[in-house]
Structures are given as C-alpha cells and as structure tokens.
Design a protein around this ligand. Structure first.
Ligand SMILES: [Zn+2]
Length: 358
C-alpha cells in the first residue's frame, strides 16, 4: 500500500510537470472508485490551471481554479506523468491532459482510492477534518504522544498507526520506527514514558525522512511520480525480514500479527521496559508485574530473604503460572542500580526488565 513516503514521493515527482499547466482535457475510463468520480469533474477542471499540489496524510490535493482535486492512491494506485502517446493500461482510470502535452495518469487496480472535487476549504472536508498532525509538524512531540496515550491501553503499534493520533505511520513504518526506538510493539501505549515517546517521535521522523530520500519503498507495483520504483526496501531493518539476522544485534527477527497486521521486531533490541529511560522506574516495574497478575508487587530486598536464585525462582514460578507450563524463562542480565537491582528476563519471545528496589 502506498504510505506517506510514497505519496510524498509522488507529489514531488509530478510537481515540476504539473504546476502552472492548464488542464486541456479529462478522460474518465471508469468512475467506479471507492467513491464515484463526480460527473461534473470535467466542467470544474478543464480550462483551468493547476496552481499547486501538496500532500495531507496520504491524500494529494491539487488546487485547480476555484477548488481542489482530492486524490488517494488506495491500496496499490499510482499517479504519474506520462507522454501523450503511451497507451493506457486496463487500470488507468483517469487521464488529465495538460497544456504541455503530458498526461497526468491515475491508475488504481483495486479501486480503493478516490478522485474527488472539493469546492470549499479542503481541510474542513470530512476525510481530512479529523486527521492528527503530520509527523514532521511542530505539534508532533513526545509530550503530545504521552498526553494522548494516558487512557490508551492498546498496543503502542496500533496507537501510532491511528491517523487521528498521527498521520502517515502505516504498517511498514510503524515496525521500522518502533525498532529504531527500541520499543516492543505490543507494549501498552499508556505504559510508555515520555522519554521513550520522545525517542519514538524522532524515530518516526527519521524513518519517514529516509524513506522519502530513497523515493519510497517499492511494494508490489508501486511507482513514483515519474514511474520509477522506490529504493527504501533495501534499507528496511525489520519489515519482512522474519528469521533473518537483526542488523543491530544479530538475533533473529520475529513476526507477529497485531491488530490484524504483520508486525516485525527484534526481542534483543526492543524491550517492554527500558529502565534507563523510564521516568519512574520502580513504578513501571510494579505496573508491569500487576499487569500480568503475578500476585506481588515489586519485591523488596529488606522483606525478602534476598538470594539471587530464590528471587529468580519466585519470579519464574509466578510468570509460569501466568503463561502456562511450557514457559521457559532465562535470566538474561542482572545489574545493580543506585536504588536496587535491575533484572532482565527473557521469556516466551519478550524481554522484561524488572526493577527491584533496595
Ligand atoms: Zn536486534
């Protein structure tokens, strides 16, 4: 599916050949897209000049005359400039002939996209009105995500893929950004600290920026505005790399379905808790333990006969109760902290840091 970087790449690709050109003709071969192409479209666009083109989320807005053309590429659509003698393919539903003799051609094999005409303020239109901020906007910050996440118990991956939260973070870029930020994709949104959200915001920006720099990610038949493929696929760190080695730690990349979408991640690099960035460490560990109903809160050394093996056994039994008898849990790491100890456990396919205060 074309995601934000592909749409941005498309906008940049068509811009030089489109802006300032007059629309001299319109050919609609099939109006049956997600919503029917309006019958009066020709009377709105033909004879008028395309003044500007921009992107909002995954929508493309072209200002023509007194209104805006609103286009969406659906699941596998494309919008590109092609020469006048190129014969249309079976899914090339719309051609805008331009005064420079080039054609702006809309293709949509699965017809999930749209070509609509908006006469009023386009940002007030029902499809655009409720959209969250753009990832590169000033409004999109760690504090913004943290504030919004307080009542959200959904997995963080679903949270950032919600276009009311932030636009343009589709399945590929959600997996990639969470990997870059070191956050486990099924961690609950309301349990992530503001510092980790700050990291996530910059990871989302970096991921999307580099995807745009590479001209998008070529998936199936995506082509950019000039008809050539994107090259971000070669740069992907986790997406569709299941069973391959993590480029950072060498563990093998896993895949799991979250919210009906395949999610790729590395348990070596992506943790539930990151105590070095948690604002309230013992509280986060406590919540984690409560979340899984282990039946005890943070174990305190002074009221427990502290012994590394005993504590490990106790946690292991509680976790085994919660997850079933087949559970294999390993103590991955134990390190001291100024107020206690940090235990890192690997079990099932997740890694957990538990803070045990002195
Ligand atoms: Zn890794």
């Amino acid at each position: 599916m074309p995601e934000l970087p592909e749409v941005e790449t498309t906008v940049r690709g068509i811009k030089p050949n489109l802006i300032g050109m007059r629309i001299t003709d319109l050919t609609v071969r099939d109006p049956r897209l997600r919503w029917r192409i309006p019958e009066n479209l020709a009377s709105m666009v033909v004879g008028n000049i395309a003044e500007s083109v921009c992107r909002r989320a995954k929508y493309i807005l072209v200002k023509i005359g007194s209104g805006h053309l609103l286009l969406h590429l659906g699941m596998s659509g494309s919008l590109r400039i092609c020469p006048p003698n190129e014969p249309p393919g079976p899914h090339d539903h719309v051609d805008f002939t331009l005064s420079n003799d080039q054609i702006l051609r809309y293709r949509d094999p699965r017809r999930f996209g749209c070509v609509l005409w908006l006469s009023g303020n386009p940002y007030e239109y029902r499809l655009l009105r409720h959209l969250g901020p753009e990832p590169d906007s000033e409004e999109f910050t760690g504090n913004y995500l943290y504030g919004l996440s307080k009542s959200r118990t959904t997995a963080v991956k679903n949270f950032i893929m919600n276009s009311r939260v932030v636009v343009g973070v589709g399945n590929i870029y959600a997996s990639e950004s969470l990997f870059r930020a070191g956050i486990h994709p099924i961690r609950r949104a309301n349990r992530i600290s503001v510092k980790r959200y700050e990291l996530l915001v910059s990871s989302i920006r970096d991921t999307i920026d580099s995807a745009i720099a590479f001209g998008g990610t070529t998936l199936r038949d995506f082509v950019n505005g000039s008809g050539s493929p994107g090259y971000f696929r070669q740069e992907l760190l986790v997406y569709e790399r299941q069973q391959q080695d993590c480029r950072r730690c060498g563990d093998s990349i896993r895949v799991k379905v979250i919210g009906q979408r395949s999610t790729y991640y590395c348990t070596g690099c992506q943790t539930w808790l990151n105590l070095s960035t948690c604002s309230d460490r013992s509280d986060d560990a406590l919540i984690f333990l409560k979340q899984f109903q282990f039946g005890f809160s943070v174990v305190r050394v002074h009221d427990y006969a502290f012994d590394r093996t005993d504590l490990y056994t106790l946690l292991g039994v509680k976790m085994a109760d919660a997850f079933g008898a087949e559970l294999r849990m390993n103590l991955v790491n134990l390190r001291s902290h100024k107020n206690g100890f940090v235990w890192t456990f690997g079990f099932a396919d997740i890694t957990v840091d538990a803070f045990v205060s002195n």
